[in-house]
Design a protein around this ligand. Structure first.
Ligand SMILES: [Zn+2]
Ligand SMILES: [Zn+2]
Length: 613
C-alpha cells in the first residue's frame, strides 16, 4: 500500500513537471499526430488547470491524511520552485530533472502482461522504439514512409500520409537536425480485447525548420524539447517475430515490397505485417498535454473492449482500438477529399447519405491544411439501428485551412489553428461476414482485392458493393459534438453504452478558453502593444495565471502555435468573445488582423454583433 502510494506521488509529480513546461511545438514527425494541439494546450494557462486537476486527483486517490500531506508538499515545493525559477519560463530546469520513469515491473498491469507474454524483453523493446522514432523522423523529413510502413497501423499511416499531401499542396518542407533522444520509458500497459497496448514516453529534442515556398509567412521552426507518447499494439501471447530489423516477411520470409502504401501486405503470402500478429505496431502518437489531460473518466478502462464486444456480439478479434483506427483513417481521407475537391477519395467507405451531405466546396479551389492532426480519438457511445451495430467515435482535431487560388496565392480560411470535435458513426451489420480486407486501406472487404479511389462503388474483381455494412465498418453519420449531444438525448433508449461527452471540455473552464483566445487576438497583428500587455497582465493577475508565462505565451501565439479553443456552450462562447473583443480594443486600436480574427470567430460560432457589446 505504502509503496503504491509512493509510486502514485512520484507519477503525479512527473505529471506536474510536464504540465509546467511550456513547449514550443512545430511540425515535427510525431507532431503530425497531435502537434500544435500541444502548442495550444501546453502554454495556455492550462498549467494552473493541470495543477488543480492533479491536486484533485491526489485528494481523491490517496487515503487521508496522506493526501493532505502530499498536496501540502507539492504546493510548498512549487512556491519555493517559483521563487528560484522566476527568470524565464523557458528554462527547462524541471524538464532536465524529469525522472526516468518507474521500472517497468512496477507499472500497473505489468504482472498480468508478463504472465501472458513471458518472453517480453524491455531493453529490446526500447531499442526498437528508439530506432522506430529515428526512422520516422527521417521518413517525415523525406516525406516518404516506405521504410517504416511495415510497423505503422493504417490510421497512423494515414495521419502522416495526409500531412504529406497537404505539405505538397502548400509546397512545404520540414528539415530536422540534431535529434537527441534523452529518455524512453514505458508509462502504461493496457489490454484491449486480444491485444496488449504499451504506452511509451519519448523525451527528445530536435531542431526543425518548416519552410513554405508558397508563402513565407507560414514558415516556422527552431529548437524544441518535448515528450511524446507512442502507443504500440500487439496480439497477446504471440511469439514476437521481428519486423523492425529485417525487410523480410515475418510470416513467410520473402522480401517485403520496397513500396508499401495504404496496405502493408506481403506479396508472397498475403499477410498484413501490421496486424499485431507478429510484432509491436505503432498505433497512436499523442502529445504530452493531450495524453496527460485526457480525462480519466474517458480513458479506456481495462475491460472496455470486452464489454463492447459482448454488447455487440462481436468475434474475438474485435478491439475498440482497431475501430478507432479505422474511424481516424476514414476521417482524414474525408478531409483530404474535401481539401482536394476529389470525392472519389472518400466514396467507398461512406454511406450514400453521408456522401450526399458532405458535398464538395463550390469555389473549386484547393483548400489545404497548414496543420492537420488528430489530438484524440475515442469511443463515446454504442447503439443499434436496423440490425446494425453503431459505434460513435469522437475525433478531436486541430487544423488551419489555407485556400490556394489558381495563381498559387494563398488565403487563410482559419485565422489561426482551430480545434473541433466531431462524432463519427461507424456501422456494421450484426451478423457481418468476416472481412477480407479494409476499405480504409484500399482493399475490398469481400475479396481482398486492391481498390482504387473511384466514384464507382462496386468492386472490379468480385462486384460486391463496397460501402455495404455487411462486411465492413462504414461511416454512416458525422456530426458536431453539439449535434451529437442533442441526438443522444433524444435517442437515449437505443444506447447500450455511453460516456458523458461534457467531460471532454471539463478540464478547461471559461477563463482558460478565454485567456487562450485573448492571447491569440492580442498577437494577431504581431504587435504586443503596452496597453495590450497591460490588459493581458491584469487579466492574468485577476485569474491567477503566472505573469512570467505571458511572453512565451505571446510568442507562441505570434508563431501561430496557439489553437482557438471554444467550449460547446453558446452562452460561454458569447462571454469569451466579449473578452476577446475587449482585449483587442485595449490599446484603442483594433488592427486589421485583430478585426479579421474577431470577425472569423463571430462567423464561425454564429455570434451576433451585440454579443460583443
Ligand atoms: Zn509473406
Ligand atoms: Zn472484391
Amino acid at each position: 500500500m505504502q509503496r503504491n502510494t509512493f509510486k502514485l506521488i512520484i507519477r503525479i509529480l512527473i505529471m506536474a513537471a510536464i504540465a509546467f513546461i511550456v513547449t514550443d511545438l512545430y511540425a515535427r514527425a510525431g507532431g503530425a499526430g497531435g502537434d500544435s494541439g500541444g502548442g495550444g494546450g501546453s502554454g495556455d494557462g492550462g498549467d494552473i488547470l493541470y495543477l488543480v486537476y492533479i491536486i484533485i486527483r491526489l485528494l481523491l486517490e490517496l487515503p487521508f491524511p496522506i493526501n493532505i500531506i502530499a498536496v501540502g508538499i507539492i504546493l510548498g515545493g512549487l512556491a519555493i520552485g517559483s521563487i528560484y525559477t522566476k527568470r524565464t519560463v523557458k528554462q527547462k530546469t524541471i524538464f532536465n530533472q524529469l525522472p526516468t520513469g518507474d521500472p517497468v515491473s512496477s507499472i500497473k498491469g505489468y504482472d498480468r502482461f508478463i504472465k501472458n507474454n513471458p518472453d517480453f524483453d524491455e531493453e529490446n523493446f526500447k531499442d526498437n522504439v528508439k530506432s522506430a522514432f529515428l526512422d520516422i523522423q527521417e521518413a517525415w523529413q523525406n516525406q516518404d514512409l516506405s521504410k517504416v510502413r511495415k510497423f505503422l497501423s493504417d490510421g497512423v499511416y494515414q495521419r502522416f500520409n495526409t500531412q504529406f499531401k497537404m505539405m505538397k499542396l502548400l509546397q512545404q518542407t520540414n528539415t530536422i537536425e540534431n535529434i537527441e533522444i534523452k529518455n524512453i520509458y514505458i508509462d502504461k500497459i493496457e489490454s484491449d480485447g486480444l491485444y496488449d497496448i504499451i504506452h511509451t514516453a519519448i523525451h527528445a529534442s530536435i531542431n526543425d525548420r518548416f519552410v513554405n515556398r508558397l508563402d513565407p509567412s507560414l514558415n516556422s521552426g527552431g529548437k524544441e524539447e518535448f515528450v511524446e507518447y507512442w502507443s504500440f499494439l500487439k496480439k497477446r501471447g504471440k511469439e514476437r517475430k521481428d519486423i523492425y530489423n529485417t525487410d523480410n516477411c515475418p510470416n513467410c520470409g520473402s522480401p517485403l515490397p520496397a513500396e508499401m502504401g495504404e496496405v502493408s501486405r506481403c506479396e508472397s503470402c498475403g499477410t498484413l505485417t501490421n496486424s499485431g500478429e507478429y510484432d509491436w505496431v505503432l498505433s497512436e502518437i499523442t502529445q504530452a498535454d493531450d495524453y496527460i489531460s485526457a480525462h480519466p473518466k474517458l480513458a479506456k478502462s481495462e475491460d472496455l473492449t470486452e464489454k463492447i464486444r459482448r454488447i455487440i456480439n462481436e468475434n474475438d478479434d474485435f478491439a475498440v482500438q482497431l475501430v478507432e483506427d479505422k474511424a481516424s483513417n476514414g476521417y482524414l481521407q474525408i478531409l483530404t477529399a474535401q481539401a482536394c475537391n476529389d470525392p472519389s477519395i472518400m466514396r467507398r467507405f461512406v454511406s450514400d447519405k453521408v456522401f450526399k451531405e458532405l458535398g464538395i466546396n463550390e469555389t473549386g479551389l484547393i483548400t489545404a491544411y497548414n496543420r492537420i492532426f488528430l489530438n484524440d480519438v475515442f469511443l463515446v457511445g454504442v447503439s443499434e439501428e436496423d440490425g446494425r451495430n453503431v459505434l460513435h467515435i469522437a475525433i478531436k482535431s486541430s487544423y488551419q485551412r489555407i485556400q490556394i487560388d489558381n495563381n498559387n496565392k494563398i488565403r487563410k480560411l482559419d485565422e489561426a489553428v482551430v480545434s473541433r470535435t466531431e462524432v463519427v458513426f461507424m456501422s456494421r451489420d450484426k451478423d457481418a461476414a468476416q472481412s477480407k480486407g479494409s476499405l480504409y486501406a484500399h482493399s475490398c472487404p469481400s475479396c481482398g482485392a486492391p481498390v482504387e479511389n473511384s466514384l464507382n462503388i462496386s468492386c472490379n474483381y468480385c462486384g460486391s458493393i463496397m460501402n455495404s455494412t455487411s462486411t465492413e465498418w462504414i461511416i454512416t453519420d458525422i456530426m458536431s459534438l453539439g449535434d451529437y449531444n442533442e441526438w443522444r438525448d433524444s435517442n437515449k433508449k437505443d444506447l447500450s453504452y455511453s460516456v458523458d461527452t461534457s467531460l471532454i471540455d471539463k478540464l478547461y473552464d471559461v477563463r482558460d478558453f478565454a485567456f487562450n483566445n485573448v492571447m491569440l487576438v492580442i498577437a494577431a497583428d504581431g504587435v504586443y502593444a503596452s496597453a495590450e500587455k497591460q490588459f493581458a497582465e491584469d487579466l492574468a493577475k485577476k485569474w491567477g495565471y503566472s505573469i512570467e508565462k505571458l511572453q512565451p505565451f505571446f510568442t507562441m501565439a505570434q508563431n501561430s502555435q496557439l489553437v482557438i479553443r471554444m467550449p460547446e456552450d453558446h452562452k460561454k462562447q458569447k462571454k469569451i468573445f466579449k473578452l476577446m473583443k475587449k482585449a483587442a480594443e485595449s490599446d484603442q486600436n483594433v488592427s486589421m488582423e485583430e478585426q479579421k480574427l474577431l470577425d472569423y470567430i463571430k462567423g464561425q460560432y454564429g455570434l451576433e454583433e451585440n454579443d460583443a457589446a
